[in-house]
Design a protein. Structure first.
Length: 89
């Protein structure tokens, strides 16, 4: 899992029928201090995250374990919107 920031949306009107109805978000990796990194993924949004939200993303085979993505051709999924981080120094 990793923390990310939603920075945009991917619109795809033609896609595999297993992906119909899914929303794709562009998510950049962020550090614990909310610093946005250059790396990004396209992830299926299962929690109605919006641009600017800090989110928790799961990737790999674990991304296919949500109700929406079960056994679908998905490699990354937004599974939570982060309200707050408590980080000890």
């Amino acid at each position: 899992m990793f923390l990310g920031k939603v920075v945009g949306t991917v619109w795809a009107t033609r896609k595999d029928e297993e992906l119909v109805g899914m929303k794709f978000q562009i998510v950049k990796h962020v550090g614990l201090d909310y610093t946005v990194r250059d790396t990004f993924v396209v992830a299926v949004d299962t929690v109605q995250a919006g641009v600017g939200d800090i989110v928790l993303v799961c990737s790999g085979s674990s991304a296919r374990q949500t109700t929406l993505t079960k056994n679908k051709p998905v490699d990354a999924v937004i599974m939570a919107v982060v309200d707050k981080l408590d980080v000890a120094d």
